[in-house]
Design a protein around this ligand. Structure first.
Ligand SMILES: Cc1cc2nc3c(=O)[nH]c(=O)nc-3n(C[C@H](O)[C@H](O)[C@H](O)COP(=O)(O)OP(=O)(O)OC[C@H]3O[C@@H](n4cnc5c(N)ncnc54)[C@H](O)[C@@H]3O)c2cc1C
Length: 304
């Protein structure tokens, strides 16, 4: 249990929160970063597309950041769950599950999202291992393999064209009537992409590796990897909502430039605001917000 007053509390220790902590630490700000340890990509073995860290394990990226943060004794990383943030006169009070209380002039939420995958038996066993959602994150490793696209959504055709870029050995299993026009269905047969609208009974895998998709009519198709067409994702925490921050039409928290919100001193960055920033994007936002926030501190203190 801890109680202290710092310049900044950062809620969430993914690439967004950690990057903000680094630049604020280097700016001599006292920072407490509180993280509950469940990032959006925690189910994956490898992360891709982060410059110099392509293929790194999600938690290794964090461990490296924690190690390097030891250079800055003014930054404290705490493993805990934030349960409350209230905006009291000119300061925020942050309370945690273990009973710690932190007072700060500013707060950053970098709390990310929680994935919500379709309710198909066996799909949770392969998600993040051999079935993914973001081709830029995971398609290269499955180039030219036997791929299944699973699910349905408006503008499905665009996502099919995209995945076809990585493998032409493609089936599309929409688990019900496809949201495709007759012309789009013709496009698929011209490209030898099989469309299966029969509901999916189950997904069979071994150690996270997709093996077969079994349909309600008994057909079974061998596949090596897959992409879920439309994963839902919810906010990991609704604490910003309790402070009065609205959700936008994409279910991200409403923010302005530099991650500012309608409340002075409260910032939201990364997936929590943008739905999908990727690791680099979240880290970049953390840096930008950290720099902007330090500028605010400097101005506020100069004219105090
Ligand atoms: C399966 C999958 C694979 C992916 N692969 C890649 C990839 O290869 N490359 C890529 O660039 N992107 C990838 N992504 C996307 C990437 O994971 C996110 O864009 C990125 O993690 C967003 O960073 P963030 O800092 O906003 O949030 P996160 O990394 O999700 O971190 C948020 C942190 O906040 C913590 N938190 C939440 N609420 C609280 C609370 N109340 N108190 C304390 N802590 C809290 C969480 O535990 C978590 O640790 C993938 C996503 C998924 C789902």
């Amino acid at each position: 249990m801890d109680q202290r007053t710092v310049d900044v509390v950062i809620v969430g220790g993914g690439p967004g929160g950690l990057s903000a902590a680094l630049v604020l630490g280097r700016s001599r700000r006292s920072v407490v970063l509180i993280d509950s340890g469940h990032p959006r990509n925690e189910v994956t073995y490898e992360s891709h597309g982060f410059l110099t860290r392509d293929g790194i394990k999600p938690f290794e990226l964090r461990e490296l950041a924690h190690e390097q943060m030891k250079t800055y004794p003014n930054v404290t990383i705490v493993s805990d769950l934030v349960e409350g943030v209230v905006n009291e006169q000119k300061q925020f009070k942050t309370t945690t599950q273990t009973g710690s209380v932190y007072y700060s002039r500013k707060v950053i939420f970098a709390t990310g999202l929680k994935e919500d995958i379709p309710d198909i038996p066996g799909l949770d066993q392969v998600y993040g291992k051999s079935v993914f959602s973001c081709p830029y994150c995971d398609a290269w490793e499955h180039c030219d393999q036997a791929i299944a696209m699973i699910g349905n959504k408006q503008d499905l055709i665009h996502y099919i064209r995209l995945i076809y870029n990585w493998s032409k050995d493609l089936i599309v299993a929409t688990n019900g009537p496809a949201k495709l026009t007759e012309k789009e269905k013709q496009e698929l047969s011209q490209h030898k992409v099989r469309l299966i609208e029969t509901p999916i009974k189950e997904v069979i895998s071994k150690d996270g590796f997709l093996e077969q998709i079994v349909f309600n009519d008994g057909e079974t198709i061998y596949r090596e990897a897959g992409f879920i067409v439309d994963t839902g994702a919810e906010q990991a925490t609704m604490l910003p909502r309790e402070l009065g921050i609205k959700l936008n039409d994409k279910h991200g928290f409403e923010t302005k430039e530099h991650g500012k919100t309608s409340i002075d001193g409260l910032f939201i960055i990364g997936d929590a605001a943008k739905r999908f920033t990727g690791l680099m994007g979240a880290a970049s936002e953390g840096y930008e917000t950290g720099v902007y926030m330090n500028k605010e501190f400097v101005e506020e203190d100069w004219f105090k």
